[in-house]
Design a protein. Structure first.
Length: 179
């Protein structure tokens, strides 16, 4: 740099530098505070990230008052409460009841026999069986997809299962295994 030459630092660069310095000094404190609020380190990290984004936006106003920590804590608590209010957060955690062992796979011969039997069904019965047992839809959902009544779905399902049992029992395939 030449002597006597002034270097101009933009206000944005100064703001960014001050913010980075604050984050480096207080990130651990904010993360611990967030953990105490939520009890989960991963969620705590997300809350700190949210707080830092909002803090950066308000940095010129907050930094001059010297209220950075108070503002960040307030954001963390409010972000946590907002997160818990979201509908998807109310869902039950885990896969209780859904984490079952995979059913035993069909042999190639049984699989071929099942597909052949399904192809032999009339189109409406085949569609009903696929929607009800492959996609695991309810009777009402199946009726909606097929644009018919629930009674039609039930009768088509009963006829299709009877036909499949007849066809597959002749081929010595057990119907205890689901398609």
């Amino acid at each position: 740099m030449t002597p006597g030459r002034k270097v101009f630092v933009s206000r944005h660069q100064t703001r960014a530098d001050e913010f980075v310095e604050y984050v480096n000094a207080r990130r651990g404190y904010l993360r611990r505070a967030a953990y105490l609020v939520c009890g989960d380190w991963h969620l705590a990290e997300d809350l700190v990230q949210t707080a830092l984004v909002k803090l950066y936006a308000a940095w010129p106003r907050i930094h001059t008052d010297g209220a950075e920590d108070a503002y960040a804590r307030r954001i963390i608590v409010r972000a946590y409460l907002d997160e818990k209010r979201r509908p998807w957060r109310r869902e039950k955690v885990g896969l209780d009841g859904f984490d079952e062992a995979a059913p035993e796979a069909l042999s190639l011969e049984d699989n071929d026999a099942l597909l052949t039997a399904l192809k032999a069904l009339p189109q409406r019965q085949r569609a009903t069986i696929v929607l009800r047992y492959w996609f695991e839809l309810s009777v009402e959902e199946t009726a909606s997809d097929l644009n018919c009544s629930t009674g039609t779905v039930k009768s088509q399902t009963a006829r299709a299962i009877a036909s499949l049992r007849t066809t597959l029992s002749a081929d010595d395939m057990t119907m205890e295994r689901r398609p």
